[in-house]
Design a protein around this ligand. Structure first.
Ligand SMILES: Cc1cc2nc3c(=O)[nH]c(=O)nc-3n(C[C@H](O)[C@H](O)[C@H](O)COP(=O)(O)OP(=O)(O)OC[C@H]3O[C@@H](n4cnc5c(N)ncnc54)[C@H](O)[C@@H]3O)c2cc1C
Length: 480
């Protein structure tokens, strides 16, 4: 029985008693200082639950919100857009802080090119039809017949209806569509993601941006948290969540030798981190239902490459290059570039462009030396733009799958296999876990636990708030 296992763990591990003795007692431990964890702590503090700690593995807060600044260049390693208009709570927050860029660029602001990798112009009408097709799945009901399969099958069926075989560059157009779906979802293949999951995502309008970088949000969220609550560079290594010796608490041990006994532990670490580390992190082993659900999701790997110059070589305005691959004849070591289908100006940076790389290509790119990545990207930009583009003065690429505290980027999606095995929505991963004494010790929040806004900052914040409210309910003394 779980009690027996937990009991024997507690009694036989000699160092366990030592940890228990030194452990600081608190009401709540929040594991992970991304936006979910920060929001949870703020909700608890706002409701006067002050006996709380936030344990963050890294020496900074923010997790997948990470703004990089160098010599006047500001780029986002992680989250970049607020995905939604006034309907979106984060949009409203940024607006109320006077930190929202209220006027996203209009179509006319872009110096836009739709070209093959050789620099030949594509047909603008085809591009328009592609975008319409891409957005079609937002309409209710269209994906329903595909619920038991991969999201991409919808597009594979519809594509030949819109682009018959006689269409020039038919293969390249399909490839473009696949890649923009991949960069939207973080998938490596659009067949990997459950169509039902894709359909559950709630669109909330156009994208907006922060005026002065996404980390404005982190500064705002941490402003109200006392310094004593936050423990940076404090990875949690063990959570003993079912121990008969202290039935209404769990023990949390950190790599740097701290220990806490708390009534509730809210775990907000990324899904891929949980998948990799749950066996060593949780004692006893997490319930099999939970693990079954955890197996049904995957965290996508998308990376960014940012290239900058002292002055924009394209002239004035914002630059955008959309690439219609036509020949697929790159040498093998450069094949990862096929997943790149656009380069576009970075928000408020007059001479920096950004490219997205997804899936296996993204993993391959992470393994390359930075100079190789730069050479490959410059080869592509020069050929496709048809210009003698100078060597860049700024170059950066992310490597999210190698980040030990994240092991991926966005979004956590339900796989086709996960759907087949019964996982229908992300909130199944937010089900709190009770110990043998019936006490709710373990709770879950983070991007991966949101049903309709998984993979977003606002979704992650929402889950942090919701779980903090759940904890408040649990902490309330029951009426006599
Ligand atoms: C490249 C990229 C682009 C994105 N673009 C957008 C976008 O444009 N718009 C948008 O809305 N969203 C975007 N996202 C997604 C968004 O960033 C995430 O959904 C959101 O930030 C997740 O927040 P979280 O708190 O759930 O997780 P995280 O931010 O990952 O926070 C989890 C925290 O847990 C910590 N941790 C891990 N293990 C331990 C441990 N053992 N002990 C203690 N702490 C630990 C981590 O260090 C981390 O700080 C993007 C993400 C990436 C990577």
């Amino acid at each position: 029985s779980p009690l027996g296992e937990a009991g024997s763990y507690c009694c036989t591990q000699r160092n366990h008693d030592a940890w228990t003795e030194i452990a600081t007692e608190v009401d709540v431990v929040v594991v992970g200082g991304g936006v979910a964890g920060l929001t949870a702590i703020n909700t608890l503090l706002n409701h006067n639950v002050t006996d709380v700690v936030l344990l963050e593995a890294q020496d900074r807060l923010g997790g997948r919100v990470r703004t990089y600044r160098q010599d006047g260049v500001v780029v986002e390693d992680g989250a970049e857009w607020i995905h939604g208009d006034e309907r979106n709570a984060l949009h409203r927050l940024a607006s109320s802080l006077l930190e929202l860029d209220e006027n996203p660029p209009a179509d006319d602001d872009w110096d836009w090119h739709w070209v093959t990798e050789e620099g030949q112009p594509g047909r603008v009408l085809d591009y328009a039809k592609l975008m319409k097709l891409f957005e079609e799945t937002e309409q209710p009901g269209l994906l329903e017949p595909y619920y038991d399969t991969g999201y991409g099958y919808y597009y594979l069926d519809r594509f030949p209806e819109v682009f018959p075989p006689s269409t020039p560059h038919q293969e390249g157009l399909l490839h473009y569509l696949h890649q923009i779906v991949n960069s939207d979802e973080g998938t490596g293949s659009w067949l990997d993601m459950s169509a039902e999951d894709a359909d559950q995502y709630e669109h909330q309008g156009e994208d907006f941006q922060w005026k002065n970088g996404y980390d404005t949000l982190i500064t705002y969220l941490k402003e109200t948290i006392p310094e004593t609550v936050v423990h940076l560079s404090t990875p949690v290594t063990q959570v003993v969540w079912d121990c008969p010796e202290f039935p209404s608490q769990a023990l949390v041990v950190t790599q740097n030798g701290k220990a806490f006994r708390a009534r509730h532990i809210l775990v907000t670490v990324p899904s891929a981190y949980l998948q990799k580390n749950h066996l060593t992190m949780f004692q006893p082993r997490l319930p099999s239902d939970f693990l079954h659900n955890l197996e049904g999701v995957r965290l996508g790997v998308a990376n960014k490459i940012q290239v900058g110059w002292a002055e924009p070589w394209w002239g004035k305005g914002l630059y955008a290059l959309d690439i219609l691959w036509s020949h697929f004849n790159l040498p093998p070591h450069m094949c990862w570039l096929y997943s790149v289908v656009s380069a576009f100006s970075v928000h408020q940076q007059k001479a920096v462009v950004e490219l997205f790389v997804t899936g296996n290509s993204s993993l391959y790119m992470e393994e390359l030396q930075e100079d190789e990545v730069k050479d490959h990207v410059m080869h592509l930009i020069r050929k496709a733009s048809g210009q003698a583009v100078p060597e860049p003065t700024f170059f950066r690429r992310t490597r999210w799958s190698r980040d030990p505290w994240t092991l991926g980027s966005y979004a956590t999606y339900i796989t086709v296999e996960g759907h087949e095995a019964g996982l229908r929505n992300h909130s199944q991963l937010a089900q709190p876990i009770k110990n043998s004494a019936g006490h709710t010790v373990l709770l879950w929040a983070g991007e991966h636990t949101h049903n309709t806004r998984y993979g977003t900052v606002d979704g992650a914040m929402d889950t942090g708030n919701a779980e903090a409210l759940r904890i408040l309910g649990l902490l309330k003394p029951s009426s006599p």
